[in-house]
Design a protein around this ligand. Structure first.
Ligand SMILES: [Zn+2]
Ligand SMILES: [Zn+2]
Length: 131
């Protein structure tokens, strides 16, 4: 896959590009699932400007154990960050995919119990659009 960069007007291949400047939005939705929204950019290999971007959301149910006597469960993400970014292939098309590994620490404000969960957010190259 190659596109014309709107900054330097060169045709650049996006396959070797690394995901950079990935942003994370993490929290707990109304259904009690933890969600992670990752926004990432691919950079032009010639001039370094962002040429493609994508936003992908991943959700996961939380298997949480409260301390005994917790009568008002109130979960929140107290710490969430992108741990690492790997590169893989999508199962069917074998196109390139970025796998963003997110770690989140969830705490119950009521009983103080904590749990750390991991989510892998998969960003196939096909999800990326013009910047
Ligand atoms: Zn460029
Ligand atoms: Zn609790």
């Amino acid at each position: 896959m190659a596109i014309r960069c709107s900054y330097c007007s060169k045709f650049v291949s996006v396959d070797p590009c690394s995901l950079y400047d990935a942003d994370l939005d993490i929290g707990i939705d109304n259904d009690g699932n933890v969600f992670a929204v990752v926004t990432g950019e691919l950079q032009c290999a010639e001039c370094g400007n962002p040429i493609l971007e994508a936003e992908v959301e991943e959700k996961q149910t939380i298997d949480f154990t409260h301390d005994s006597g917790c009568d008002d469960p109130d979960l929140d993400v107290i710490d969430g960050k992108i741990e690492s970014v790997d590169e893989g292939k999508t199962p069917i098309t074998k196109n390139k995919m970025y796998i963003v590994w997110v770690m989140a620490t969830i705490e119950c404000a009521s009983c103080g119990a904590k749990k750390t969960v991991g989510l892998d957010v998969k960003m196939p190259l096909s999800e990326f659009g013009e910047y």
